[in-house]
Write a protein that binds this ligand. Structure first.
Ligand code: ZDP
Length: 280
């Protein structure tokens, strides 16, 4: 008897989804998740996501393992895929409008399936204080905006934002020129970030259009990162470079991000697509 899974992706950020409604414990261990994520010896994915029973009045709980087996607090592209997966499990019509309340380690998130197939997620408020990121780059109760960080013998000017998980954002002239593979791991594991960090490089093309490349904590280079796109828009607004609503272009395609001026929540809109189902 194997375990059934469905592969989904959000702009090429790909996940193995597992129906875990029958138990509050993930059906795979972190070590098994690493093997399933392997692109040569396994199924291949940036992470494994479990749809568990809800808690504290929510509809479902999301747990996720990165491809290295670590467990992040949140996952933006992943929660769009989870919402689509749950709607499929519940037998909803493909164009139904549904909203779910999802418990995550970063609080309650609310993905909404739109009739056009896109998913909009209320990602809650960003956290900006150094202690909340967490990072030692400023005093615990201060923000981290355009602070110098030494990486690879160079001083970078970084802005830090937590979307429940840590993000370190650097604005550059040309994202294509960044040697991401070489410097990404050095940002991720820099001692200034006690829980490591996701790392985004952003090119402001226009105030309503940002180009992003990402090195993810626990997963390396990925084609897209939803929490990273939200964190990057916040960083661009805080540094006076963008509007509160912008398109963020990732290697896998565009996300629409808005930082509401009224309730300060982030809203992320993008696709979530099923690829195939299988049994291991
Ligand atoms: O914080 C982390 O360790 C990330 N690797 C989690 C995954 C983030 C993701 N790419 C997203 O879209 O937010 C899934």
């Amino acid at each position: 008897m194997g375990i059934e899974f469905t592969k989904y992706h959000g702009l090429g950020n790909d996940f193995i989804l597992i129906d875990n409604r029958g138990s509050t414990t993930p059906r795979l261990t972190a070590e098994e998740a690493v093997r399933w994520c392997d692109r040569h010896f396994g199924i291949g994915a940036d992470g494994v996501i479990f749809a568990l029973p809800g808690q504290d009045g929510t509809d479902y709980t999301m747990r996720i393992f990165n491809s290295d087996g670590s467990e992040p607090e949140m996952c933006g592209n992943g929660i769009r895929c989870l919402a689509r997966f749950i709607a499929d499990l519940e037998g909803k019509e493909p164009n139904a409008s549904v909203t779910y309340r999802i418990h995550t380690l970063a609080g309650v998130m609310m993905p909404q399936l739109e009739p056009d197939g896109l998913v909009t997620v209320d990602m809650g408020e960003p956290r900006l204080l150094a202690a909340e990121i967490p990072t030692t780059l400023s005093q615990p109760d201060e923000k981290v905006i355009n602070q110098p960080l030494e990486v690879a013998g160079q001083s970078w000017s970084v802005t830090c934002v937590s979307m429940g998980n840590p993000h370190c954002i650097t604005f550059v002239e040309d994202v294509a020129a960044i040697p991401l593979e070489a410097i990404g791991p050095q940002f991720e594991c820099h001692p200034a970030f006690p829980k490591k960090t996701n790392t985004e490089f952003i090119q402001v093309v226009r105030p309503d259009y940002l180009k992003m490349r990402v090195w993810e904590r626990g997963a390396g280079i990925t084609l897209a990162c939803g929490t990273g796109a939200c964190a990057s828009l916040v960083a661009a607004v805080l540094t006076g470079q963008s509007n509160r609503r912008a398109t963020v272009e990732l290697p896998g395609g565009p996300l629409q991000i808005e930082w509401s001026a009224s309730n300060h929540h982030l809203y992320m809109t993008g696709p979530a697509e099923k690829v195939f189902t299988g049994v291991v």
